[in-house]
Design a protein around this ligand. Structure first.
Ligand code: HEM
Length: 510
């Protein structure tokens, strides 16, 4: 976290811009009551669940608050008014801090972890964004269907054997295979393995390590985390090896079919003619394999949890799938976006459990947040998305209730902008948003159509944190549905105009 600059191209003073330096009126921002000298706000918190602890504290402390751990103080923002202000791109930009900066040893200046001023961000963004245009997405659709078929084959076998299914485990297999296949023409063989692929184990290891680094005083980290640091180095080496093999195989076999890896290796920047360096390609491949599956897998898992808990919502979603898809074995690309209600189920799941649960923003220049809190250039705050998504002023007194109708078109139009931010904001918002939404809607549709989802009545939702969120230990019992009787009644939903605008990803706003 040594290099900390705003996205203006001008360097800030070197070093960690602490909250004390960055927020001249820090004292006006509340913190938890029982603050200990040296240690900070550590009483009653659990190092395995920093996000859920912050959510709990936020309820008592209000729309902006701070937490101190071992000398480092962090400011959190979640009130809708303040978040809308911090989303202003003319005054704020992404801040690469905390967990994200801890991933720099593995992902370097890859898209997700790049500092705003690093030239490889713009280069990679411009080269890779067309890989998420509508045309590109349409090309991925049949591969997504094929991978989903492997999931349903697996679930059919589990059902026949009378087993319950491991939802987060199987969703992780599905989303890893999907990004590997569509992005890199690669097959990890996840469904044929009884244990997670070593790539997944190494990835979970680095994510968990990056989170742990935040919970120990930095000078003591080498001592306290000695073994974990050694394991992390081995994990990173494994990730690098896997990716190098994959890239080598592609170079040897010649061109793929225009997938992300082809773009990384072959495509020059449309204006400058520049290409990604081999080292940057390695970082981008790791970035996409990690960012492209972990969060989507969590989103699908939470959605399946809620569907199993709300049979009436599942029935409504299933009726829509039957109506829109009829009994076509392979729904077409255009038929996915027509699952409006299924998509609402997904949005509502991402509202309650945004699987990338925070993003950091820094001031590009001296400014006053929400007209109340002065910030110096380079000062930063974490947007606590699960609390933004529960702000009662926006979502009502029943904000904790799962209700997909919060996302019907009229309700969405009636809400202020920047109140729903599971994919981050601005120029550094998620490049894979449409990819994730298409994949997850398609898979939910296929699963709803094929199975009844039966919750274990004894299960209480527990959420594990490793920078991303995932329901812990969620298993479902499946029932087999018979083929839908209704014929398809085509809806006339307009397609998302993904390819509009200069940037195919951010041209459509967030
Ligand atoms: C439900 C699924 C997903 C969620 C909730 C999610 C969430 C996010 C969020 C919040 C950010 C911004 C982080 C920040 O400001 O620091 C982000 C960035 C990013 N996401 Fe996603 N994401 C998802 C799926 C995907 C997929 C499927 C891909 C790739 C295929 C992907 C690739 C990326 C990349 C490369 C960035 C960095 C973009 C940049 O800074 O230019 N994500 N994502």
């Amino acid at each position: 976290m040594a290099d900390n600059r705003a996205g203006t191209g001008t360097a800030l003073p070197k070093g960690f811009r602490s909250a004390e330096q960055g927020w001249p009126e820090l004292d006006r921002i509340p913190h938890p009551p029982r603050r200990l000298p040296l240690l900070g706000d550590v009483l009653g918190v659990d190092r395995r669940t920093p996000l859920q602890d912050s959510v709990r504290l936020a309820r008592g402390l209000g729309p902006i608050f701070r937490r101190k751990a071992f000398g480092n103080e962090f400011v959190f923002v979640w009130g809708a008014r303040l978040v809308a202000d911090i989303a202003d791109e003319s005054r704020f930009a992404k801040h690469v801090g905390l967990g994200v900066a801890n991933l720099r040893p593995v992902a370097g200046d890859g898209l997700f972890t790049a500092y705003n001023h690093e030239p490889n961000w713009q280069l990679a963004h411009d080269v890779l964004a067309p890989g998420f245009s509508r045309e590109a997405m349409e090309g991925y659709h049949s591969m997504m269907l094929a991978v989903a078929g492997r999931l349903t084959d697996h679930w059919d076998r589990e059902l026949a054997a009378g087993h319950t299914v491991d939802v987060p485990g199987d969703m992780t297999k599905l989303t890893l295979e999907t990004i590997a296949r569509t992005g890199f023409g690669h097959d990890f063989g996840s469904f044929e393995r009884s244990r997670p692929h070593p790539f997944v184990t190494a990835m979970v290891g680095t994510l968990t390590y990056a989170q742990r680094l935040n919970s120990v005083p930095s000078p003591l980290a080498p001592l306290m985390l000695r073994d974990a640091t050694r394991r992390n180095a081995a994990d990173i080496a494994h990730l690098n090896r896997t990716v190098d093999d994959l890239v080598r195989a592609r170079r040897e076999s010649g061109r793929g079919d225009g997938d992300l890896l082809d773009r990384m290796l072959e495509t020059a920047h449309p204006e400058t003619g520049e290409r990604l360096s081999p080292q940057n390609v390695r970082r981008q491949v790791i970035t996409f394999l990690v960012a492209g599956h972990e969060t989507t897998s969590g989103a699908l898992s939470f959605a399946l949890h809620y569907l199993s808990r709300h049979p009436e919502i599942a029935a409504r979603a299933r009726a829509e799938v039957d109506r829109v898809w009829g009994d076509t074995p392979a729904p077409a690309y255009d038929q996915v976006a027509k699952l409006r209600y299924v998509r609402r189920v997904l949005d509502e799941s991402l509202r309650l459990w945004p699987t990338a649960p925070a993003f950091a923003r820094e001031a590009r220049k001296d400014t006053v947040l929400g007209g109340e809190h002065p910030m110096r250039r380079g000062a930063w705050a974490l947007v606590l998305t699960p609390m933004l998504h529960r702000d009662p002023e926006v979502w009502g007194a029943d904000a904790e209730q799962f209700d997909p109708d919060r996302f019907d078109a009229k309700a969405v139009r009636g809400r202020a902008p920047h109140t729903f931010k599971p994919f981050g904001t601005g120029a550094r918002a998620c490049i894979g948003r449409q990819f994730a939404l298409h994949e997850a809607t398609l898979v939910l549709g296929l699963l709803l159509r094929r199975y009844d989802l039966r919750a274990d009545p004894g299960y209480r939702l527990r959420v594990t944190e490793r920078l991303t969120l995932m329901p812990d230990g969620l298993r479902l019992r499946l029932g087999r549905r018979t083929a839908p009787a209704q014929a398809a009644a085509a809806l006339t939903a307009p397609q998302d105009a993904v390819s509009a605008g200069r940037c195919p990803v951010h041209g459509m706003g967030d």
